[in-house]
Design a protein around this ligand. Structure first.
Ligand SMILES: C[S@@+](CC[C@H](N)C(=O)[O-])C[C@H]1O[C@@H](n2cnc3c(N)ncnc32)[C@H](O)[C@@H]1O
Length: 262
């Protein structure tokens, strides 16, 4: 089979034109030299992202509800990172690194990457990719775990390099009513927003229900909802359509809620 020549990303590369190029059908021939119907090569289809649903050889199923479309096209990943014009002195905050296809490239160019990932399985993949390599020291991972579809019973795991913060939660079953955190639990190591929530007794739903959602995950979720829907009104806006001002508003609103990214 004659493979199409690998296209290199030109220096003044435009992402839009790359997409257009990749949408062109690729002609392939069989070993006998007979022309087959032009078919799209799956890795070079109209989207640079792997279709999660079709990925049969994945160790775990991607959750498209939280945007788990993994970038598979190395050219696009390179181009995205190139567009950031990173300097060796930069520290990059990467939200949602997925399996780390951009992370490893960013680490080649920047001083440090702080990656925040919702899904602990993804966070583990990113860790694996740098394990034992010099880049490992330059990657900090914060993983926010505890969501229903892939939680273990750890409600929140915010890991900052060697410093691990543990939030102690009662081992009681998830269905019991959440009464807020006691004074004892809200000690000095507890993030400010937990104390604040405890003090305010917010109108956050108190029962967790049958699903294996933990109390802390619910609290975090509510905070994120509030920021996206009530405060910034950015819930329905795609990241690609957001401008600098939107991102700054988001960052500020998260900070206000006690969620800090760096
Ligand atoms: C589009 S995928 C990642 C793609 C990745 N950058 C790549 O190039 O392959 C988005 C990732 O963001 C994560 N994610 C979704 N919501 C998040 C949130 N609120 N905080 C952190 N990570 C989140 C998802 O679990 C998923 O791994």
């Amino acid at each position: 089979m004659v493979q199409p020549e690998e296209k290199k990303v030109p220096p003044h590369f435009e992402i839009a034109s790359w997409y257009r190029q990749r949408e062109l059908p690729l002609q392939t021939t069989t070993a006998m030299g007979k022309l087959k119907n032009p078919k799209r090569n799956s890795a070079a289809s109209s989207s640079p992202y792997a279709k999660a649903e079709k990925a049969t050889n994945n160790v775990f199923k991607f959750n498209t509800n939280v945007g788990q479309h993994i970038l598979k096209n190395p050219g696009v990943a390179e181009a995205i990172v190139a567009k950031a014009f990173l300097k060796p002195s930069d520290t990059v905050l990467e939200v949602g690194p997925g399996t780390g296809n951009l992370t490893v490239r960013i680490l080649e160019k920047a001083k440090k990457v702080i990656a925040v990932e919702l899904d602990p399985r993804m966070a583990a993949e990113v860790t694996k990719r740098v394990q034992g390599k010099p880049e490992q020291k330059r990657l900090e991972q914060y993983s926010v775990s505890g969501t229903s579809s892939y939680s273990n019973d750890t409600p929140l795991d915010l890991t900052n390099g060697a410093d691990e913060m543990e939030i102690d939660t009662p081992a009681a079953d998830d269905d019991e009513e959440f009464q807020g955190f006691s004074d004892h639990e809200a000690d000095d190591d507890t993030p400010a927003f937990f104390k604040e929530l405890n003090a305010k007794q917010t109108n956050f739903p108190k029962t967790v229900g049958k699903k294996k959602k933990t109390r802390v995950a619910e609290l975090i979720k509510e905070k994120i909802r509030k920021v996206l829907e009530d405060v910034t009104d950015l819930a329905d806006k795609r990241a690609g359509k957001c401008d600098e001002n939107d991102f700054l508003r988001l960052l500020s609103a998260f900070n206000e809620e006690g969620l800090h990214f760096a």
